[in-house]
Structure formats: structure tokens, C-alpha cells
Design a protein around this ligand. Structure first.
Ligand SMILES: NC(=O)c1ccc[n+]([C@@H]2O[C@H](COP(=O)([O-])OP(=O)(O)OC[C@H]3O[C@@H](n4cnc5c(N)ncnc54)[C@H](OP(=O)(O)O)[C@@H]3O)[C@@H](O)[C@H]2O)c1
Length: 274
């Protein structure tokens, strides 16, 4: 659907894939809210969009703090603004720790925060024509066989933090599928792999020299935003599906496990209600 006049909220839009996503939507006439954790870092992107005649506004959000997620949703809900597409793009990899609310860092930032943001913004999406939720997952989800419910409530155990990242990305695909089942087409939900993209996300996980060398084989940020933009705007998309290179792909067997998706939903609801 033509972005002209439609409203998009993109998390992590100050840099990387999220930045390009926000800029391209605004260039096509979309009204874009950039939900980021630093206004200073988002400012150049917002100024650039406005200088080109587009609409862009900043919303503060720290996805490692559920209080901040609630405050961000409240700020947006208080505005007289519809919401047509929520793009849960922000994420981290290769970092270790615990969120403010006691979740393993990758799981908390990549799944629990976006889960709550989505719940809080759903009333705005429902009732809008062709409303969508786009969750930026990863093909890393294929490596996660399940979700360890105890591990997601402890600090990151693995030195590389990659198994934790993979589990968080499996959660993104499971969440998308369960959202789609529950919403029954009223709001459509999509998950995707953006490709292996030369962004900052790998700075904690891959040493500088190797990163520099493999960047040559990675997608550019512009190419990395293409599948997100496809899911956010194309008429050729299937509710609940997982996309890679702008095409529907079969996700992992674990991601297709409806019982696991329901269990994740049930637990996520309880976590964010606490
Ligand atoms: N790049 C790839 O190869 C690749 C592959 C598969 C999937 N992905 C997914 O693509 C998405 C975008 O990643 P990217 O590659 O564009 O990475 P990026 O350039 O590092 O951007 C990540 C964005 O997420 C934000 N973020 C991180 N932690 C946050 C927090 N606690 N609260 C709020 N925002 C937070 C960052 O904010 P700051 O700038 O303030 O840190 C930044 O805006 C992620 O979900 C990632 O998992 C990327």
C-alpha cells in the first residue's frame, strides 16, 4: 500500500536498517515516528527527512526497560495520530547482561520490550485499513531449537551471546505467527530476515579485522531495508509469514511449533503484566 499519508512507527531508526527504513518510508510520503533510545543520535536522521520535505518525529524508548516502553507508547497514544504500521526493528546481538526488569539482555531487548510495545499500540492499529506489524527477526532463528524459560530470566550465559540472540530471534518469528492467529487478519503481522547486513550490530560479536573483511560480502543498509519495506508496503504479502529477500520462506520447525508460540505468548503476557 502506498505509504503516502500513512503513519509508521519504527524502532531503532537512528542507524542501520531502521534508519534506511524510516528514510525510504518518509521519502514516499509516510509520516514516520522514530522510536530510539537517544534523541541526539536520531536527530540527524529526523533533520534529513524534514529537510527533504518529509514528516519525522522522535519518540524516546529503551527496550531494556519496560517502564520506558510504557512511557513511549503513552506518548504516542496521547497524540491525535493514527498508526498504520508498527516496525519492531531495534535489536542487539553479541552483548551480555540483564535488562532492568530481569530478562537476559538479547531476549529482553529483542522480544520482551517489542512484545509490550506491540500490545500497547494494538488498539491504534486495529480499525485502520491494511494495518501491519513488521518484526525484524533473523535467519539466526534456525539455529535455536527451543526457548529455555529459565535462561531468559538470567544474565547472558554464553561468552559470544549468540545462542541467546538466536533464541530471541526465534521468539520474534513465534510471536509474529501467534499475533497473526489471534488478530485473524484485522491487523496483519510479518517477520523477516533482512540479510547479512553491514551495520553496527556485529561490533560486539565479531572482532574489527574480521568484520572489516566480511563487510565486503554483506548487504548494504539500503539492501538490508528492502525486505522490511516489502513487508510494510507491498500488496503481495501473506499474513503471519516469514520473509527473506522479499520472498516468503519456510521458517524453522521450532518457529512453526504452535504450542511453543502459545507458551511464549502466555509467559510474555505474564512478564509484562508484572
Ligand atoms: N545486520 C544484520 O546482518 C542483521 C541480520 C539479521 C537480523 N538483523 C536484525 O535487524 C535489526 C536492525 O539491526 P541493524 O543491523 O540495523 O543494527 P544496528 O545498526 O546496530 O541498529 C540497531 C538499532 O537498535 C537499537 N537498540 C539497541 N538496543 C536498544 C535498546 N535497548 N533500546 C532501544 N533501542 C535499542 C539501536 O540503538 P542505538 O543506536 O542507540 O544503539 C539501533 O537503533 C535487528 O533486530 C537485528 O537483529 C540484522
Amino acid at each position: 500500500m502506498d505509504p503516502k499519508g500513512r503513519t509508521y512507527l519504527v524502532t531503532g531508526a537512528n542507524i542501520g536498517i531502521g534508519r534506511v527504513t524510516a528514510e525510504k518510508l518518509a521519502a514516499r510520503g509516510g509520516r514516520v515516528f522514530l522510536a530510539c533510545r537517544s534523541e541526539d543520535k536520531a536527530r540527524p536522521v529526523i533533520d534529513g527527512i524534514r529537510a527533504a520535505g518529509g514528516f519525522a518525529e522522535f519518540l524516546p524508548i529503551s527496550l531494556d526497560d519496560l517502564g520506558s516502553v510504557r512511557a513511549c507508547a503513552k506518548l504516542f497514544l496521547e497524540r491525535d495520530e493514527p498508526l498504520h504500521v508498527l516496525i519492531n526493528n531495534a535489536g542487539l546481538a553479541g552483548q551480555r547482561g540483564l535488562t532492568k526488569d530481569g530478562f537476559e539482555l538479547a531476549f529482553g531487548v529483542n522480544h520482551v520490550g517489542p512484545f509490550l510495545l506491540t500490545q500497547l499500540l494494538l488498539p491504534k492499529l486495529e480499525g485502520e485499513k491494511d494495518a501491519r506489524i513488521v518484526n525484524v527477526a533473523s535467519k539466526s532463528h534456525y539455529r535455536a531449537k527451543t526457548i529455555d524459560w529459565d535462561a531468559v530470566r538470567r544474565p547472558t550465559a554464553n561468552l559470544t551471546a549468540l545462542p541467546e540472540y538466536e533464541a530471541s530471534k526465534l521468539a520474534n518469528v513465534l510471536f509474529t505467527k501467534e499475533l497473526s492467529r489471534r488478530l485473524g487478519g484485522k491487523v496483519r503481522a510479518f517477520s523477516l530476515h533482512p540479510g547479512v547486513v553491514a551495520t553496527n550490530i556485529w561490533s560486539g560479536a565479531v572482532p574489527w579485522g574480521i568484520r572489516h573483511a566480511i563487510k565486503l560480502f554483506m548487504k548494504t543498509e539500503e539492501q538490508g531495508a528492502e525486505t522490511t519495506l516489502h513487508c510494510a508496503t507491498s500488496s503481495d504479502v501473506k499474513d503471519g509469514a516469514y520473509y527473506d529477500d522479499c520472498k516468503e520462506r519456510r521458517p524453522s520447525r521450532a518457529a512453526d511449533d504452535e504450542a511453543l508460540a502459545k507458551e511464549l505468548w502466555r509467559r510474555s503476557e505474564a512478564w509484562v503484566a508484572a
